[in-house]
Design a protein around this ligand. Structure first.
Ligand code: MLT
Length: 392
């Protein structure tokens, strides 16, 4: 027996597990501390009423012989795929139903998609970025090159014509920096990918936070994207589904490699290794796209955006450099007084009992930076900001 030795090349544990362990240990030794969590981007508002009602009626259906359902289609029920396609149509993107694959979230699909690509692909990954892209490629033993993102390019790396690429990861609005590509920048990426016959894996998990209507929410708003991009999205942050689990992946029929449609490969992969998302959850997900669901989820997003504004005001008062928070639920700040990311994490936890995410956890270029999420309770967010300000 041989293990996959590439697992030994990974860091000891996944970033958010490391943080959770550190916070739990601190909590145990300081039971009096009222810890405020602004680390992992986990939502705090409940599911909206439209979703709850839809799920309750789905539960009732499942309890009756006449309406009970067993296995569903692996790629999702048509009622949800239609709702997703209609949502895209609202942003000017037309999709065929077979291009939409319902899943249990963007994280799984972003990792699983690697099944359909050969081993010897050249992968480009922004640094800093969501750690799942890098870790899943390390697990698969793939060659990774970094796209350097820093303050000089607004944390939005652009293609380098002299560099070859087969698989390119882009995340916009970006996790962790909150930076968003504009249309022209995305067009440059799409042209580069088409020219290199590369595929862009576009993570749109935070699209619902875009306020500026000139910014693209989907890569398919860009001409040429259907021949070079797969898009991942999730209802986790859009509609509070972090614990409920539902997302979707778009694999256009026009996306081909040597005459093979990637859509067919992904369908084959999903029908073999995945049995679909629960019917009850898919009914709840479809309700997100109803007009009532859209109104209610937008209210929740506005609540989080108010938190982001409170955080931004505090950092401005403190004279701390930061980005994000406007078209994104994340604030990406420079650590005060030259602290390293983990030094600031420890200081904030120990002295203010506030948890954030060390920027270096998203890649070396994140060293000296820190990420805070706006997904908290409004009062607790205000309290955390008071404590941070007092700490200086
Ligand atoms: C984050 O905090 O970066 C996200 O919550 C992680 C995720 O969505 O898996």
């Amino acid at each position: 027996m041989k293990i996959n030795g590439h697992y030994l090349e990974l860091q000891d544990s996944y970033l958010f597990s490391t943080i959770a362990k550190k916070v739990a240990a601190f909590g145990e030794s300081h039971p009096e501390a009222e810890i405020i969590r602004m680390g992992i981007g986990d939502v705090t508002l409940p599911l909206c009423p439209a979703v709850v009602e839809a799920m309750q009626s789905a539960v009732a259906e499942m309890g009756q012989k006449e309406s009970f359902r067993g296995y569903g289609p692996e790629q999702g029920y048509d009622f949800l795929r239609e709702a997703i396609a209609a949502y895209y149509a609202g942003n000017g993107v037309s999709l065929e139903l077979e291009e939409v694959f319902v899943s249990d979230g963007a994280k799984s699909d972003v990792g699983n998609i690697l099944d359909i690509f050969a081993q010897d692909n050249q992968v480009l990954i922004p640094n800093p970025v969501y750690p799942v892209y890098l870790d899943t490629n390390i697990m698969a033993g793939r060659n990774v090159r970094y796209l350097q993102a820093d303050a000089s390019n607004g944390f939005l790396p652009m293609p380098d014509e002299t560099v070859d690429a087969d698989i390119i990861y882009l995340c916009s609005p970006n996790n962790p920096t909150g930076a968003v590509y504009n249309r022209q920048q995305l067009k440059t990426w799409v042209d580069y990918a088409n020219q290199k016959k590369a595929v862009i894996l576009f993570d749109a998990a935070y699209e619902a936070f875009i306020q500026d209507s000139s910014l693209p929410r989907s890569i398919y708003e860009i001409e040429g994207a259907k021949t070079c991009a797969i898009e991942f999205c999730s209802l986790s942050k859009t509609a509070g589904f972090t614990g409920t689990r539902c997302g979707y992946t778009i694999v256009p029929l026009a996306l081909e490699c040597g005459g093979t449609k990637l859509n067919r490969l992904w369908l084959r992969r999903q029908t073999t290794k995945f049995n679909g998302v629960p019917y009850i959850v898919q009914r709840g997900a479809a309700a997100v796209f109803s007009s009532e669901g859209q109104r209610q989820t937008k209210e929740a997003i506005a609540y989080y955006q108010k938190n982001a504004a409170v955080m931004a005001q505090t950092l401005q008062k403190m004279g701390v450099w930061f980005t994000g928070g406007t078209n994104s639920p994340y604030i990406w700040m420079k650590c005060p007084a030259g602290y390293s990311s983990w030094e600031y994490f420890d200081k904030l936890l120990e002295q203010a009992h506030v948890v954030g995410t060390p920027g270096v956890g998203f890649g070396e270029n994140g060293e000296g930076f820190f990420r805070l999420t706006a997904f908290g309770d409004a009062e607790k967010t205000k309290e955390a900001m008071r404590r941070m300000e007092a700490l200086g």
